[in-house]
Design a protein. Structure first.
Length: 219
């Protein structure tokens, strides 16, 4: 089963994706993580990410398709987080999966208002070593300033500053919303209210995935 999780910056995509992947044994493909890895060796990409801009759509598509074709050719059951963000990326991914005899089974959009997302961003922290996400209010670490997983320091993401956040929302409004409308018109979108506690949202998501799995088993 392949799932796409769409949502604005700080909609909780990463947290929910982690939980869903553990529950259903899915491979978590976060293109934010892919991009941050690329940025370690590529100053141009680092500047794009830090400023809140997106990597050009086709370039990011190429990284994803190359990764799936070359590094994980036998991979099945993927949860895509942060990709696609453009209609062109959605089409490219759908076509790629079809050539592998596979499919996109479920597209979920996690909805939060911009006001709520901005509030979350100011309290978001990330582990500088392993990348695990925390939130001072909704998902605090056990020891302040330290990662639960590896004990390293928690920092703010470079692109979580006011200017970059503004740019990231512009991209969301101008591109990803267009994609969400597009998928909705195809009748393929499931919307979930993301302005609730983490476990409540997860419960809904698990039910949605289980429903689709049962439908597939009955066909
Ligand atoms: P995220 O962690 O999903 O907020 O992604 C961090 C950054 O990675 C973005 O601001 C972009 O610069 C880059 N990125 C991630 N996914 C994509 C994508 N689908 N298309 C273009 N750039 C992306």
């Amino acid at each position: 089963m392949n799932i796409v999780l769409l949502g604005s910056p700080a909609s909780g995509k990463g947290t929910q994706a982690d939980l869903l992947c553990k529950k259903f044994n899915l491979y978590h493909l976060s293109t934010g993580e892919v991009a941050r890895k690329l940025a370690e060796k590529d100053q141009r990409i680092k500047e794009i990410i830090d400023s809140g801009k997106l990597i050009p759509a086709e370039e990011m598509t190429m990284h994803v398709i190359n990764f799936l074709s070359n590094e994980k050719p036998d991979l099945k059951n993927i949860l895509f987080e942060g990709f696609p963000r453009f209609i062109s990326q959605f089409e490219a991914l759908s076509n790629f999966l079809i050539t592998k005899g596979d499919n996109l089974d479920l597209v979920i959009s996690l909805d939060v208002s911009q006001e709520e997302a901005i509030k979350r961003i100011s309290s978001r922290r990330v582990c500088e070593a392993c990348g695990e996400n925390f939130n001072l209010i909704t998902k605090p670490s056990k020891f302040p300033g330290k990662c639960d997983k590896c004990g390293s320091n928690l920092i703010q993401r470079k692109d979580d500053n006011e200017d970059s956040v503004k740019v990231r929302f512009e991209y969301y409004e101008n591109n990803t919303k267009e994609l969400i409308d597009y998928v909705e018109k195809m009748g393929k979108l499931t919307k979930v209210n993301g302005e609730r506690p983490i476990d409540e949202i997860q419960k809904d998501l698990v039910e949605i995935v289980e429903r689709v799995k049962n439908e597939q088993n009955n066909n």
